[in-house]
Design a protein around this ligand. Structure first.
Ligand SMILES: Nc1ncnc2c1ncn2[C@@H]1O[C@H](COP(=O)(O)OP(=O)(O)O)[C@@H](O)[C@H]1O
Ligand SMILES: [Mg+2]
Length: 366
């Protein structure tokens, strides 16, 4: 167990070149779920869904987790980045090379397409059984951005969950092991589907951005010229936003403009499809920024959801770790980052959708 924790903390986030920050609670939650120290029992097999706002760190967590779990003899872990099926290294991430070889052999001889792995779980486990000793071991099969190919294969989340629960049980009983399928998704619209399918062998966890203390750690390691409070007011602890800021050499104006564009494009798309004039739209925005929880019932919600501007929050999925108590976070919904709320406020105040980066920043940092 200690070596798992150590290996997890030694993992380096590849684009930033720094050690992974935090995520201890998520790791412990995962290890609890895997029942380390207990006898292997096929009945423990389950589906674990990890959702969370865009850029909160799900992929990095999963890559570090795969690396760390692979240090334990009783575990066989794979990381599979579903949308990257054409790029070998990205697709298998931190999966140990021996396991990559076995899975690739299965793909080449039986599936012909890596994208089909998720739908052939029983056969995949069987193939692993033939190549490795799996009895009394735990198989942890992680699929990142799992919803991305469902449309291509015309599979609904309901069918996926029903199919997987049957397959993991069948495989676990047939081969005397435990099978855990971990599915990661940033797609907020999928959360409602998972909510409907929640059952005794599917557990959902909603990850949040980093807290202020860990945001401070990343900023210090990267040598940020901005103080923690300022960055917090812009991104609320979103590590991907910090990465974007770092990549733009800490220049706030360059950093903020894609987020302004994203909000404006969502609003324009909504206005066109609902035939709402700009003036009326701006009036609605002024009302909605004051009353965050009302937004979920507004037709704009779907547009914002689709574009990862907002997210529902299911408190029962937070694992006792509540998002911070801040103005951009409501009881059951939140803006994914504070900057989105500030952009809307600036638009309402200025009375137009075309707002300047400098005005948004001044407002955010005041
Ligand atoms: N725990 C972490 N520690 C340090 N940097 C992180 C961490 N999590 C994410 N990052 C940074 O944020 C970026 C986005 O994270 P990622 O895992 O891709 O988010 P998600 O998969 O939730 O969209 C990463 O490329 C990395 O630069
Ligand atoms: Mg990801």
């Amino acid at each position: 167990m200690r070596s798992i924790l150590e290996a997890f903390h030694e993992y380096r986030v590849s684009d930033l070149g720094i050690r992974i920050v935090d995520r201890d609670e998520e790791l412990l939650e995962m290890l609890k779920l895997l029942r380390f120290g207990e006898d292997v029992d096929p009945r423990n097999s389950l589906i674990y869904v990890v959702s969370g706002p865009w850029g909160c760190g799900k992929t990095e967590f999963a890559r570090a987790l795969t690396r760390a779990l692979s240090t334990a003899k009783e575990v066989i872990a794979t990381y599979i980045n579903v949308p990257q099926s054409f790029a070998l290294e990205e697709f298998y991430g931190t999966t140990p090379s021996e396991i990559v070889g076995i899975v690739e052999n299965f793909v080449e001889n039986f599936l012909g397409d890596r994208g089909k792995l998720l739908f052939n779980l029983y056969k995949l486990v069987k193939h692993l059984v033939n190549a490795l000793k799996v009895r009394n071991r735990r198989l942890v099969l992680i699929f990142d951005e799992v919803t991305s190919t469902l449309d291509r294969y015309r599979v609904s989340i309901r069918d996926l969950v029903a199919g997987l629960s049957k397959e993991i049980y069948d495989a676990a009983w047939s081969f005397g092991c435990e099978v855990y399928v971990v599915m990661l998704t940033s797609e907020c619209t999928a959360l409602y589907d998972f909510k409907r399918e929640e059952g005794k062998n599917m557990v959902v966890y909603q990850m949040w951005h980093l807290d202020k203390k860990h945001l401070a750690r990343i900023l210090e390691e990267l040598g940020s010229p901005h103080d923690v409070e300022a960055v917090w007011k812009l991104c609320g602890g979103c590590p991907r936003a910090v990465y974007e800021l770092w990549r733009r050499e800490w220049m706030l104006e360059r950093w903020v403009s894609p987020y302004i564009d994203k909000v404006r494009i969502s609003l324009q798309s909504y206005a066109r499809s609902h035939r709402v004039a700009e003036k009326e739209l701006l009036r609605e925005i002024s009302r909605l920024v004051e009353d965050l929880d009302a937004l979920e019932l507004h037709p704009l919600w779907n547009e914002f959801l689709k574009n990862n501007v907002v997210t529902p929050i299911f408190s029962e999925w937070l694992g006792g770790k509540a998002p911070p108590n801040e103005a951009w976070i409501g009881n059951s919904i939140a803006f994914q980052m504070p900057i989105y709320r500030t952009v809307l406020e600036t638009m309402a105040e200025e009375g137009r959708l075309g707002v300047e980066s400098s005005k948004v920043l001044r407002r955010a940092l005041s």
